[in-house]
Design a protein around this ligand. Structure first.
Ligand code: NDP
Length: 264
């Protein structure tokens, strides 16, 4: 079997669990040297040991922490080829009751964290002079509005914008920047929905392929975008959503689900 990411060094932020762990697992299988970067040191170590990756503690909202992650990775492995800016948090609540604290927390991790990773890894790609690839994890919520997840939607829409700006800034240096927009995925982030039979069925009613996505679904898309097969693709969003964005009822179902879970 061809290893499509052979000899590439890749960092996956928020890789200790969920989609990040799925991406890390697929990258290792494709021959990449993977560094799992997460704020949860113990979980990162467990996942890294299980899949044959290494791990580093990093908080993507802290510029110094991201700088250290990049410097230590390059010092250890000699180079950096791919960074997947995946770390993110959820955060819902009715629009009229959304607090400044919640707004700042969601925007800081989900948008500024992606910006920091793109800018700081981008600088190192330019200095290296050997190209590179950035993959940012946005969401279907970056393409839709929702009165119960306004901060999350704003952050994920912002991730699409940062992806496009970074793609333009870095194209002259042979660096590609793309985003993946997952739909409803089977991770801890959606546990409140999946554990509730009624809510789960309501959400799936807006998914043409009628299932929750898996970390491997997103991992497969990330492998493609990181590989040479995507060498002429930059500034794009690849939605991995089972057709959610096409379904006429998907947005109203999602608003209902977010409202119900926020009310608990
Ligand atoms: P999980 O909550 O399962 O995992 C997120 C990981 O990121 C956790 O290990 C978490 O650590 C880590 N993390 C959170 N904040 C930081 C930070 N500041 N610095 C470093 N690591 C951090 O989430 P998912 O795997 O479900 O989601 C991954 C990405 O995919 C997110 O950006 C999310 O918004 C996006 N997404 C998810 C969807 C879904 O349905 N699950 C749908 C669309 C997009 P800790 O355990 O300490 O919190």
């Amino acid at each position: 079997m061809t290893e499509r990411l052979r000899a590439r060094v890749a960092i996956i932020t928020g890789g200790a669990r969920g989609l990040g762990a799925g991406i890390a697992t697929r990258f290792v299988a494709e021959g990449a040297t993977v560094v799992i970067a997460d704020r949860d040191a113990d979980a990162a170590r467990v996942t890294a040991d299980a899949i044959g990756a290494s791990h580093r503690v990093c908080d993507v909202t802290d510029r110094t922490s991201v700088e250290r992650l990049l410097d230590e990775t390059i010092a250890e492995h000699g180079r950096l080829d791919v960074l997947v800016a995946n770390a993110g948090i959820t955060g819902g609540g009715p629009f009229l009751e959304l607090s400044d604290e919640r707004w700042h927390a969601v925007l800081d991790t989900n948008l500024r964290g992606v910006f920091l990773c793109n800018q700081l890894a981008g600088r190192r790609f330019v200095a290296q002079g050997t190209g590179g690839t950035l993959i940012n994890i946005t969401s279907i919520m970056g393409a839709r509005s929702n009165p119960n997840t306004a901060a999350y939607c704003a952050a994920k829409a912002g991730v699409i914008s940062v992806t496009q700006s970074a793609a333009l800034a870095l194209a002259p240096h042979g660096v590609r920047v793309n985003a993946i927009g997952p739909g409803y995925m089977a991770t801890d982030m959606t546990i409140a929905i999946r554990d509730d039979e009624r809510l789960g069925q309501a959400v799936l009613g807006g998914v043409p392929l009628a299932r929750f996505g898996t970390p491997t679904d997103v991992g497969d898309a990330a492998v493609f975008l990181a590989s040479d097969e995507a060498s002429f693709i930059t500034g794009q969003v690849l939605y991995v959503d089972g057709g959610w964005l096409l379904h006429p009822n998907s947005s109203s179902n999602a608003q209902q689900a977010a409202g119900d879970t926020a009310a608990r």
